[in-house]
Design a protein around this ligand. Structure first.
Ligand SMILES: Cc1cc2nc3c(=O)[nH]c(=O)nc-3n(C[C@H](O)[C@H](O)[C@H](O)COP(=O)(O)OP(=O)(O)OC[C@H]3O[C@@H](n4cnc5c(N)ncnc54)[C@H](O)[C@@H]3O)c2cc1C
Length: 502
């Protein structure tokens, strides 16, 4: 009894007896849906087969057999129109002993937004309004399901722009980036998105709405940022913005080798006033973009430098590039190609018809370790292995390495090999002192490395605020199958092997 907790539904007054062992949806699906229909507008509840199936995965990468071990069809997908509705759904799910999984654009790709144990998916992408712009405080108040692209358009109308955004901006949501890594374009100057946000509203696992501010207490931003929907569902945020850029300048550095690129990137990252964005395409990615997308990369490794900001020193960027010239061999291209490649940045790692460029893993490494990751001694270089790498400098000491593969549409064993390769990539990053980026399902084994010192604190807060593990179970802190069986590292590899058998 001491391990149990009583929950009294906020509106119905219904008493729920919540045991620690409550890890699976224990009511019939139809009961959950009926209970939801009593609380919220029925039109917000989808039982559409395609919707339910879509939420079993967040990327096409996962082979069918693994999907059947690590996901269940949710009972329903709910698209709330307000924060209160999110809180009502959580409250109902507590009463009905049914798990809840938040989902934004579904672009994170590590299985964080999938229904491992079924339950109810809360798809926040319907909460997509920009609620206000404050030009004095230079911030926008937005609903968590607003996509970055939509926010960018809204800001442009008011002469404002985003200070930072992820490369998945056309599909991903503001709340989704706050709940995951928070590093991307613009964070080199503005800092990680987590550190920029000072206020947000969150529906917590007791079914209440709270306002979160700075700090790392129970309901503070430090505990909710990057927690991948384990601690609460973000419903509203204040996003810092900037005035529309008066200076826009793009340059390409065409390189002789990936190694040269790593050297130049390291020096550029450490200049006194680094540019707005700095990213490098390795040779394999450059070739793929030339051959598949018809982009003017020329097939050589390259660095794309973007400088956007206030007017002032228009020649600043070229001065900067002269400074770093001794660091490695490159040919400076200040023509139209730089602009074309910058405009195409959202399409570098994404699905394309026919053939697919899959994003299979992301990691954070120190700039000085980048070359050994791209060209590891004693292992095949990225050129030989065909791995595509997009390396964004996201702060002075950190490069976000995104890894992809060119694939014909595949299933079965090939797909499993890709999952294994991603897993090996994460392990090799960890061995070099780097961190896999994101946890979800597939990196749950690396949660301690990814979270570092935060791991203990977050686990404690989770056990205090969500004792029954109603929010997003089966991943992040511990990996389990859809029946609740814990999965340890060697066992995970065995499952991968078995799933890959023809
Ligand atoms: C082509 C491509 C480029 C990418 N570029 C970047 C990049 O530059 N930087 C980067 O960091 N990532 C990048 N990513 C990874 C991913 O797009 C980001 O992590 C993105 O911010 C996820 O947002 P989403 O809305 O798609 O979240 P989802 O994938 O839907 O969810 C991710 C996790 O957050 C949780 N979650 C979602 N919304 C909420 C909410 N409102 N409250 C609480 N929890 C929530 C989910 O449960 C899940 O665990 C990229 C991915 C792709 C495919």
């Amino acid at each position: 009894l001491t391990r149990k907790r009583i929950h009294i539904g906020r509106r119905t007054g219904k008493i729920g007896f919540l045991g620690k062992g409550m890890t699976l949806p224990s009511r019939e699906k139809s009961e959950v849906v009926s209970a939801l229909a009593l609380r919220i507008d029925e039109d917000l509840i989808s039982l559409n087969e395609a919707d339910l199936d879509r939420c079993r995965t967040d990327m096409p990468l996962v082979p069918g057999r693994m999907r059947s071990l690590f996901s269940r069809r949710p009972a329903a997908v709910v698209r709330p129109g307000s924060a209160k509705c999110v809180a009502d759904v959580i409250d109902t799910c507590i009463e009905e002993k049914t798990v809840v999984v938040p989902r934004g654009g579904g672009t994170a790709g590590l299985g964080g937004a999938t229904a491992v144990r079924g339950g109810v998916i809360i798809d926040v992408s319907g909460m997509n309004q920009v609620l206000g712009l404050d030009k004095e405080r230079m911030c926008a108040t937005v609903e968590a399901g607003c996509s970055w692209q939509a926010l960018k358009h809204e800001l442009a109308g008011a002469g404002l722009r985003l200070r930072s955004y992820p490369l998945s901006a056309p599909q991903s949501t503001v709340g989704g980036w706050m709940s995951t890594g928070g590093y991307g374009i613009g964070t080199l100057g503005a800092g990680c998105f987590h550190s920029q946000v000072e206020a947000m509203e969150v529906a917590v696992p007791s079914g209440l709405l709270v306002n979160a501010g700075p700090g790392d207490g129970r309901y503070a931003i430090g505990s909710l940022a990057g927690a991948e929907g384990q601690m609460g569902i973000i419903t509203k945020l204040e996003v810092p913005v900037a005035r529309m850029a008066e200076r826009k300048c793009y340059r390409l550095l065409r390189l002789a080798s990936d190694r040269d690129g790593a050297e130049v990137l390291k020096v550029l990252a450490n200049t006194e006033k680094p540019p707005f964005a700095l990213m490098m395409l390795n040779r394999s990615l450059s070739e793929a973009l030339r051959d598949l997308n018809g982009l003017p990369t020329g097939g050589s490794p390259m660095i794309i430098v973007a400088d956007e900001g206030d007017a002032g020193d228009a020649d600043r960027l070229d001065g900067l590039l002269k400074e770093v010239a001794p660091a490695g061999r490159f040919e400076l291209d200040d023509g139209e190609d730089a602009r074309i490649l910058w405009d195409a940045r959202f399409s570098y790692l994404g699905a394309r018809p026919g053939r697919t460029v899959l994003l299979t893993g992301e990691a954070l490494v120190r700039p000085s370790d980048l070359h050994s990751l791209l060209e590891p001694e004693g292992s095949p270089s990225s050129r030989q292995s065909g791995l595509l790498h997009l390396c964004q400098v996201v702060d002075r000491d950190t490069v976000l390495v995104m890894t992809g593969l060119v694939r014909e549409p595949v299933e079965g064993a090939d797909l499993v090999r890709d999952v294994v390769r991603t897993s090996r990539f994460a392990a090799s990053v960890a061995a070099r002192g780097g961190r896999p980026y994101g946890i979800g399902l597939w990196n749950s084994r690396f949660a301690r490395i990814v979270l570092g010192e935060r791991f203990k604190n977050l686990k404690l807060i989770k056990s205090e605020t969500d004792r029954i593990h109603i929010l997003n179970p089966g991943k992040f802190f511990s990996l389990t199958t859809n029946t609740g069986w814990p999965v340890w590292g060697p066992f995970f590899n065995l499952i991968l092997g078995l799933a890959g058998r023809p």
